[in-house]
Design a binder for this molecule. Structure first.
Ligand SMILES: [Zn+2]
Length: 187
């Protein structure tokens, strides 16, 4: 069983400016800009043996203002430039009543099944309350980048930037690993 870091897309992996409580999300490849600040933290997490998996809600497809083709082009860029292991998305709107739109956990369950993940040792990085809520339902640790979108629901920690989040994850991951090893030695 492996451990993974689940990554929100908009505002974490690509730039998506927040005004008030609204986030402006790219609608075309030409508007899509990778967040360069995420490169170094992702490298550290990958080197520690963690899988990197993007999990994103893209309701614009169902609502009709985002073409699936543009979305696929953005995601090709994302996978290639950030060397992600996988990407899961929900293209539904609230009205579609699916079980994959976060904070529902359908996409995370699918990822866990496909990559044989131990969810107790997985992490969720986001700026949004919905992801912290999903993490809580799954038993993953949630780490939010400080933002007006954090909400006031359950989360494990809020940190100022992605570098401090990566450091926190590396510490917890190393402790969990040594814990497992001590257990294995005792057995
Ligand atoms: Zn869905």
């Amino acid at each position: 069983m492996r451990a993974a870091v689940f990554l929100e897309r908009d505002g974490i992996l690509n730039l998506a400016p927040v005004q008030g409580r609204n986030q402006s999300v790219p609608r075309a490849l030409s508007d899509f800009q990778i967040n360069r600040a995420v490169l170094a933290p992702l490298n550290l997490l990958r080197e520690a043996g963690l899988l990197l998996i993007a999990v994103t809600n893209q309701p614009g497809v169902s609502r009709g203002y985002l073409s699936r083709r543009e979305l696929d082009l953005m995601h090709l860029q994302l996978m290639k430039q950030l060397k992600l292991d996988d990407l899961f998305m929900c293209t539904h709107d609230e009205m579609d009543c699916c079980n994959c739109r976060k904070p529902d956990i359908g996409l995370f369950r699918e990822a866990a099944f496909k990559h044989k993940l131990d969810l107790d040792r997985c992490f969720v990085i986001s700026d949004k309350a919905a992801d912290a809520q999903a993490a809580h339902s799954l038993g993953c640790i949630s780490l939010l980048v400080q933002s007006p979108l954090n909400g006031d629901g359950h989360h494990d920690c809020i940190l100022p930037d992605l570098d401090s989040i990566a450091q926190r994850i590396l510490r917890i991951h190393a402790q969990a690993k040594s814990g497992y090893m001590a257990h294995a030695v005792a057995a």
